[in-house]
Design a binder for this molecule. Structure first.
Ligand SMILES: N[C@@H](CCC(=O)N[C@@H](CS)C(=O)NCC(=O)O)C(=O)O
Length: 215
């Protein structure tokens, strides 16, 4: 089998890229990485040359191109079943897919107001009801899953659901959003993952600045 390539954006800013990347690294799925820095002023021509959607991440597996982070995770689950991308138990798997879809399609206040930005010096934004509601819902998801599984990750060991929420952990930290003690323990469990550390170190070494994400 040929090696897969994951095309990603700037590690400091590309929350969607982090999702399949941290999953592949943590689950031990081999891949080559191609990083294309954002070039918003020119309309990201280098990304468009690779990805018809104009967005990253994109996984390339021979002739097959897969985009949309959740679709990439599903593709990996089928292609590499031995790496257990989703929880083994059917009920947990269904729940993991539910919270992952909720993440992929929601939380617009958090996503809009708190762009992923690892080099941001943590500070609070003005209080906002929609943002507070997103934080409360995420906290409730994490807390109920952790209570059920016993942690340290949402379904005990790492799964695609953790990949989907890892960038949220980054946002909570960068904007000083403080969840419950259980959720705070989950944030700790994500940020001690070797893959998280590797991504963060690379992000902090980047020199590109995306003005729209500097809040
Ligand atoms: N729904 C997509 C979102 C991908 C996305 O928005 N990627 C951003 C980077 S984090 C991007 O490529 N932006 C480039 C642009 O909008 O021009 C996914 O799940 O992969």
């Amino acid at each position: 089998m040929s090696e897969m390539t994951l095309v990603i954006g700037n590690k400091n800013y590309s929350s969607w890229s982090l999702r399949p990347w941290i999953a592949m690294k943590t689950l031990g799925i081999d891949f080559r990485e191609t990083l294309i820095p954002f070039d918003f002023e020119s309309g990201n021509p280098a990304i468009k040359a690779v990805s018809a959607s104009g967005k990253v991440p994109m996984l390339i597996d021979g002739d097959v191109k897969i985009w949309e982070s959740l679709a990439i995770l599903e593709y990996l689950a089928e292609r590499c079943p031995e790496h257990h991308v989703w929880p083994a138990d059917a009920a947990s798997r269904a729940e993991a897919r539910s919270v992952s879809s909720e993440m992929a399609t929601g939380f617009f206040a958090l996503r809009g107001q708190c762009p992923f930005n690892l080099h941001r010096k943590p500070s609070l934004l003005p209080a906002d009801a929609a943002l507070a509601a997103d934080v409360a819902r995420i906290d409730a998801i994490w807390s109920s899953l952790l209570e059920k599984s016993g942690g340290p990750l949402l379904f005990g060991t790492f799964s695609a659901a953790d990949a989907m929420f890892a960038p949220v952990v980054g946002r909570f930290r960068s904007y000083g959003l403080t969840p419950s003690a259980t959720a705070a323990r989950y944030m700790e469990a994500i940020t001690v993952l070797p893959a998280w550390k590797e991504w963060e170190t690379a992000a902090l070494a980047e020199i590109w600045l995306v003005a729209a994400s500097e809040i």
